[in-house]
Design a protein around this ligand. Sequence first.
Ligand code: ACO
Length: 327
Amino acid sequence: MTQPVLRSIIVGLGCALPKRIVSNADLEKFLETSDAWIVQRTGIRQRHIAGEDERTSSLATQAARAALADAGVSAADIDLIIVATTTPDYTFPAVATQVQADLGNAAGVAFDLQAVCSGFVFALATADKFLASGSHRRALVIGADTLSRILDWQDRATCVLFGDGAGAIVLEAREGKGTSADRGVLTTHLRSDGRFRDKLYADGGPSSTGTSGRVRMQGREVFRLAVTMISDVVEAAFAATGTTPEDLDWFVPHQANSRIIDASAEKLAIAPRKVVKTVDLHGNTTAASIPLALNVARDDGRIKAGDLVMIEAMGGGFTWGAALIRW
Ligand code: ACO
């Protein structure tokens, strides 16, 4: 017997990208790398990089405004704002409270959440718990990062991979029947294992060096572990909802590397035509990559109301997670 439940429905979606586009050819000008190497190893062709006048909070606010307009609601209708980010404007206060102020929202609660590349999935899962409990009605979930600010631009093994951006969704609590035919977030699965810290980390922070540090990564190790971890949470989401890869309309993974995406889809028996890839356009935008990809696939007509959409991510920590959503 299924029970009526509160489901978190995506009613609005928006994004923001920095003005400046940096191509692989631009990187060749100051780095010993090549367009051919980057495209062959990662699928990335360009990324947007934030200028001095662009910050994580300004990109997040721009994406939030677009999502509110898309949903046809105003900032006053929002009672929860969660920003997933690893690159806040300041150590404190949170980017989310800055966004709240920029939007002119004084009624709700706003906080940041940090799970690096998995941040958007973690923030979505957190907002879903608030909405499903009935404590809050309408949430803005934002993934926003300017990782370019903490890259080592001399380290060709990391700096070519990342870009900046923000994506936002408006989630609204509505009653569902408690079956996988419901619209909204059907299930979420989050994991972490801090023993993998040294594979991907920043080598500084407020309490250690007093600086933000720079991104350090054992790329090959991350690659090796990513596919297994991603498959683990995606399979858990299928099992929890009694759905299969055949039922899926769209697979919208975190956009880290085209080869990780392809290998994960293949292991999970998800048909290539169902895989949404934007890594060529944006690079790895950390917490922003999934909502940016959702935005592209919704705007070009691929994702439609009623479609079954799987999102997943894996990142520093390690953290990893998946969510199954009926659009
Ligand atoms: N241009 C040219 N050559 C390069 C570059 C570059 N930008 N970067 C590294 N190389 C060289 C290396 O120095 C090495 O040279 P060597 O053989 O003379 O020593 C050679 O290329 C091979 O290096 P590897 O690191 O073994 O290359 P690999 O095939 O593993 O590709 C990459 C590297 C693309 C980083 C890959 O390991 C990867 O994508 N890993 C996943 C990392 C990732 O996506 N992290 C994002 C965050 S985590 C997440 O979101 C899942």
